[in-house]
Design a protein around this ligand. Structure first.
Ligand code: NAP
Length: 257
């Protein structure tokens, strides 16, 4: 059975992805900062499904985080078959008022760690001619996001990077899937301080479980891009034909609080 490494498995979509993979009998490496939550999940999943779970407490905003995780999985002799780069967070507020340290951490987690994890685990997958990677992007990959400018700009990177490298490696039998959820009930809106945004307070949110089920199935099928939900798929389609200036204005109305 395959081993999956999942970043951001202490909450939301990542936690649900860990449960799904465990339910299929696969071992796990789970990563986040909340060690207690990860340990509780390890106990639960090992007991329920008879699998092995390695917990790695790591702040992915620190520059060497991915290499430290890689060194640890190598030292345990763990072969990572599925790499799921899910950890990420957003921040609400105008760019002129926002905190650089927090934004820099966000770029590090949402972009740098995701890219370096891919760099580190891909060679082993290529050598084995087997492996799957899923990078969690967002519907923000398709629209700029005033008042969440930096967060929304991290997600087109995830989409573009995933599509491009997928094209490079698919002939090795490896797939990279960019999962694009829309607004989802998780710890995300609270962390981002965006709870009162129309996007989170006035729309019907998907559950983390349904997004994780959808993403996991798309990863297994080797889909290049997986947009969750019909309305989000429609949005991603229609913005291609809508003037960019109008898209930004509508996006502001949806995110503002
Ligand atoms: N919820 C949405 O509406 C939505 C929509 C589109 C895309 N997404 C994307 O979905 C992914 C998962 O988010 P979620 O909605 O499940 O939110 P969540 O419930 O807040 O989960 C975020 C996960 O990322 C981890 N994380 C955050 N900062 C970290 C750091 N510095 N180091 C290590 N781990 C860190 C958190 O763990 P610790 O706090 O324990 O470190 C947590 O496990 C993110 O990439 C997000 O951008 C979410």
């Amino acid at each position: 059975m395959k081993t999956a490494l999942i970043t951001g498995a202490s909450s939301g979509i990542g936690l649900e992805l860990a449960k799904i993979h465990a339910s299929k009998g696969g071992d796990l490496v789970i990563i986040a900062r909340s060690k207690d939550k990860l340990n509780a999940l390890k106990i639960q999943l090992e007991k329920e499904f008879g699998i092995n779970v390695l917990v790695i407490e790591k702040d992915l905003a620190t520059p060497n985080a991915a290499i430290e995780v890689f060194t640890e999985t190598e030292s345990h002799g763990i072969q990572v078959d599925y790499l799921i780069n899910n950890a990420g967070f957003g921040l609400y507020g105008k760019f002129e008022d926002s905190d650089w340290e927090a934004e820099n951490d966000m770029i590090q987690v949402n972009i740098t760690a995701l890219t370096q994890f891919t760099k580190l685990y891909l060679p082993g997958m290529i050598a084995r001619k087997n492996g799957k990677i899923m990078n969690v992007a967002s519907t923000a990959a398709f629209v700029p996001g005033p008042t969440m400018a930096v967060y929304c700009a991290t997600k087109p990177y995830v989409l573009s990077f995933s599509e491009a490298v997928n094209n490079e490696v698919s002939h090795h039998g490896i797939s990279i899937t960019a999962l694009c959820p829309g607004a989802t009930a998780s710890g995300f809106s609270k962390t981002a301080k965006a709870d009162k945004s129309a996007l989170f307070s006035k729309t019907k949110l998907a559950t983390s479980e349904e997004v994780a089920q959808f993403g996991y199935a798309a990863m297994l099928k080797g889909k290049q891009v997986a947009i969750h939900g019909f309305m989000n798929q429609f949005l991603a389609f229609i913005v291609r034909f809508t003037p960019r200036s109008l898209v930004v204005k509508i996006s502001r109305k949806v995110i503002d609080q």
